[in-house]
Design a protein around this ligand. Structure first.
Ligand code: SF4
Length: 85
């Protein structure tokens, strides 16, 4: 793990201000990979919540993305990154 982190730190740029569009609400059958459900939507039995909506908003529980497409979500707990930003 330590080697992986040192490779990442030595090769990656961190670029702020990305205008992302990310969600976990694509209906089954419209994509060819499996997709887990947003826990907030699952609790409410609906699908209004999106992780990041381009040009509009980022969910209060959104904590980033891990390569290549794993969402980091803190729902239902407070977002730890918001406390330090
Ligand atoms: S960040 Fe979490 S709670 Fe927010 S929309 Fe995405 S999966 Fe749902």
């Amino acid at each position: 793990m330590e080697r992986r982190e040192s490779i990442i730190e030595s090769t990656m740029n961190t670029l702020a201000g990305a205008n992302m569009d990310i969600d976990l609400v694509t209906p089954a059958g419209q994509i060819s990979w499996s997709q887990e459900k947003c826990p907030w939507n699952a609790r409410e039995g609906s699908d209004p919540h999106h992780c990041a909506v381009k040009n509009i908003s980022i969910c209060q529980y959104f904590c980033g993305v891990e390569y290549p497409d794993t969402l980091l979500c803190c729902f239902p707990d407070e977002n730890p990154y918001r406390a330090i930003s």
